[in-house]
Design a protein around this ligand. Structure first.
Ligand SMILES: [Fe+2]
Ligand SMILES: [Fe+2]
Length: 373
């Protein structure tokens, strides 16, 4: 891109940045043959971000790095006026100074389009930049506002169902892996909820399962490997619910399993917590949590990966490197190897499959293989 190409100003709180933002930015770049500059708000006037400016900036940096797109960049212009509320008009004036030859395009959301007349110096803004809104499902834009300010619509932009608030609550984890790592390492957003439900040791195990499940999904080229990360983080959230509460929850939600042994109950409690406490709508993720302990016949690829990762994550205290390598190479063969070891372990300790689900799982996947060494 040259210094004469248009420049899309993509402002927002980016709390945090997610794949929806990146999809919109790609669409804007293509639609206007423009560079896109992400401009995180230092102190947004309409809300107070859950994460600090430095954290939000670092996540954008990481997202842009993994995106690897030379048309995308980051501007910290709004932090250069740290004592003031961030006003778009000031940002545009500054951008105009820095890039006098470039056409400025200001990208806003459809809800922002409706409040546009109340923005500081809105008439001035439209003289400085072409204003373009990103349509969002369920948000009607006011035709009078759009025509008065000549606000254009960015067609073909599909951010998907993700939003920053869904990400903050772990309801949906649709963002680059480097951003997920930053959130987990920095204990941002949903980490406080996980900490309240899991012991320190159990949380470390869950992070390890999440990260391994993600790697297995990625190596096996599964679509949306971040779903494996999400299921891994959540798989044991039912662990500390206590026997009485757990039985109640299983009775109410999965009555067919109400008489299962205590150790297995947490998988269904976890599935219910994922849905109710974390608002996970992805049934595939919920189902993977609901069978991670016992296994079952006809598991999805995601469920197989979470099941295997739970048994072989490096913190488990035995040498699982061979099984990890097997799963990374071919998750299905790896899953079978994990199942086989599990069955051998049970038989070496003179234990049976212990419950009908595990028995049926062994039977379906290992079927004709010999049951003893
Ligand atoms: Fe578990
Ligand atoms: Fe676990």
């Amino acid at each position: 891109m040259s210094e004469f190409d248009p420049l899309v100003i993509y402002g927002g709180s980016f709390d945090p940045i997610h794949n929806g933002h990146l999809r919109i930015a790609r669409r804007a770049r293509d639609a206007f043959r423009a560079d896109v500059v992400f401009v995180p708000a230092y102190r947004p006037r309409w809300k107070s971000p859950a994460a600090g400016f430095e954290d939000r900036v670092e996540m954008i940096r990481r997202a842009l790095k993994s995106e690897g797109n030379p048309s995308f960049s980051l501007s910290l212009i709004e932090s250069e006026r740290p004592n003031e509320v961030s006003y778009t008009v000031d940002t545009l004036l500054e951008m105009k100074k820095r890039y006098p030859r470039r056409e400025l395009i200001l990208l806003i959301g459809s809800d922002e389009a409706n409040s546009f007349p109340r923005w500081k110096d809105s008439e001035k803004i439209v003289r400085l930049a072409k204003v373009v809104y990103v349509p969002r499902e369920g948000v009607e834009v006011d035709p009078e506002v759009v025509s008065h300010y000549e606000i254009e619509r960015l067609d073909g932009a599909n951010p998907g169902p993700v939003s920053s608030s869904k990400l903050r609550g772990l309801s949906l984890l649709d963002c680059p892996a480097s951003v997920i790592d930053y959130i987990v390492d920095g204990k941002l957003y949903f980490m406080a909820d996980l900490e309240s439900l899991l012991s320190e040791r159990r949380l470390a195990h869950s992070i390890s399962v999440a990260s391994l499940a993600y790697s297995i999904a990625l190596h096996n080229k599964l679509e949306h490997p971040e779903r494996a990360y999400q299921a891994g983080l959540l798989h044991d959230v039912g662990k500390n619910a206590g026997e009485v509460t757990s039985r109640d929850i299983v009775m109410g939600n999965y009555p067919e399993y109400k008489d299962y042994p205590s150790y297995a109950l947490h998988q269904w409690v976890g599935a219910v917590y994922a849905r109710e406490k974390f608002h996970v709508e992805d049934q595939g993720v919920v189902d993977a949590i609901a069978c991670h302990c016992t296994g079952k016949p006809h598991m999805t690829s995601l469920a197989k990966i979470v099941y295997a990762a739970d048994k072989i994550e490096p913190g488990r205290g035995y040498d699982s490197r061979r099984l990890i390598r097997a799963c990374l190479r071919d998750y299905y063969k790896g899953f079978l190897a994990v199942l086989r070891e599990n069955r051998e372990f049970l038989s070496a300790h003179s234990l049976g499959a212990e419950n009908p689900l595990t028995e049926a799982c062994f039977e379906l996947y290992l079927g004709k293989e010999k049951k003893e060494k």
